[in-house]
Design a binder for this molecule. Structure first.
Ligand SMILES: CC1=C(CCC(=O)O)c2cc3nc(cc4[nH]c(cc5[nH]c(cc1n2)c(C)c5CCC(=O)O)c(CCC(=O)O)c4C)C(CCC(=O)O)=C3C
Ligand SMILES: [Fe+2]
Length: 354
């Protein structure tokens, strides 16, 4: 049976509020069914409100699409680009319905996550399948997800350039001892056990450090934006604990590089630019935050290359380092959701009715 050719690209992202009234409904969407305390939700609502209730992530998606169009043309890929989110408009079911109305039969999903986890991989595939069910599987296009690029040479080069630009702001006499802290979204340990998230991040950081000639003792992989219940273990160290530790060890300057994110969205602007820099000021550590890939031309060209690679079934699949190119089609057990934490068994251990 001949496969349908791809006839569209679907950019898939997280979504974010675009005004104060959107903040709570957006957070309800994000956290539906998740073991995250309400206090945490209200705290994050304040983060969004401090930016007028507008997350930059939607505009960043629009900018990425605007940049991707000419890059695809350059790569001789003539396909329309659609955009759908998990948590805020444009929502995936609306986009998939529009695609069906436009006669799209088969689309390649480009998910704005560079690393594989339940949140960044399987949950998006579930969101797509749920949207297809809502539209009607007979009418909805078939959608397959593109591979992750955490070890693509252009991803590494772009991130190395971003770190190098930040290092340039540090006085020359202090540069030889400056540190780099690569930061990624923390996830529950139970989620991390089911995916290659930490291994992929570690490899990406190692390759960027190698590109910069940075010895091992001058960089670290740290985590930010921890959510969930305090009693559930999440990946550590937290970026601010790491800053305190390196300050105690004598460091004076650090570049915090959000390698775990593809654009400068709220969790970068708040958890790093506000919180981590405040911690730095308190302890006398110069914290410089470097930029994410965003719409860097080389990153956009890489996306176009990966799209072309997939739709032409190219045997050339660029990747560097120790791990090889990631799979095109996720195996059945890829990025399973975290196993449900066992119920507290100690007397009085659980909340009433919980
Ligand atoms: C791995 C990962 C990425 C990176 C990969 C990727 O890019 O996909 C990521 C990205 C993002 N996370 C984002 C925002 C939020 N994440 C939350 C909550 C959570 N994130 C998680 C994981 C991740 N998240 C997890 C395990 C939770 C707990 C709840 C659950 O199990 O799902 C919450 C709820 C409040 C809170 O508890 O913090 C918010 C508001 C935004 C948009 C920012 C903006 O609006 O600009 C983006 C790009
Ligand atoms: Fe998140």
């Amino acid at each position: 049976m001949a496969e349908l050719p791809y006839d569209a690209i679907l950019l898939v992202s997280f979504g974010g509020p675009e005004g104060p009234d959107d903040v709570l409904p957006f957070l309800e969407n994000v956290l539906r069914g998740r073991p995250v305390p309400r206090e945490r939700m209200l705290e994050v609502a304040e983060h969004y409100r401090s930016f007028g209730g507008v997350s930059p992530i939607n505009q960043q998606c629009r900018d990425l699409i605007t940049a991707l169009r000419p890059a695809l043309r350059e790569a001789q890929v003539e396909l329309p680009i659609y955009w759908g989110n998990r948590n805020w408009q444009p929502m995936l079911p609306d986009t998939i319905r529009q695609m069906a109305d436009d006669g799209i039969r088969r689309a390649l999903a480009v998910v704005t996550s560079s690393f594989s986890s339940y949140s960044g991989c399987r949950q998006y595939r579930e969101n797509i399948e749920e949207a297809r069910r809502q539209v009607g599987e007979d009418r909805a296009p078939i959608v397959t997800k593109m591979r992750v690029w955490y070890n693509h040479p252009d991803w590494i080069a772009v991130n190395a350039e971003r770190v190098r630009d930040a290092l340039r702001t540090i006085p020359a006499d202090r540069l030889p001892s400056a540190r780099v802290a690569f930061s990624a979204h923390s996830i529950p340990e139970a989620m991390a056990r089911n995916c290659d998230y930490v291994a992929q991040l570690t490899e990406s950081c190692r390759l960027v450090a190698e590109t910069l000639g940075l010895p091992e003792e001058r960089w670290a992989l740290v985590y930010q934006s921890r959510s969930g219940r305090p009693e559930d273990p999440w990946l550590e160290p937290d970026v601010r604990d790491h800053l305190r530790a390196i300050r105690s060890a004598g460091a004076t300057d650090v570049v915090v590089h959000p390698i775990g994110f593809t654009s400068d969205h709220i969790e970068v602007l708040f958890d790093l630019d506000e919180e981590a820099r405040r911690t730095g000021a308190e302890i006398g550590l110069n914290v410089v935050r470097s930029a994410t890939a965003g719409t860097h031309p080389r990153f956009v060209a890489m996306l176009a290359e990966l799209i072309k690679e997939r739709i032409t079934a190219s045997p050339v699949r660029r990747a560097i380092g120790r791990c090889g190119p990631s799979h095109d089609v996720c195996p059945p057990l890829c990025c399973l959701p975290p196993a449900r934490p066992s119920r507290p068994s100690a007397p009085g251990g659980g909340p009433p009715g919980g």
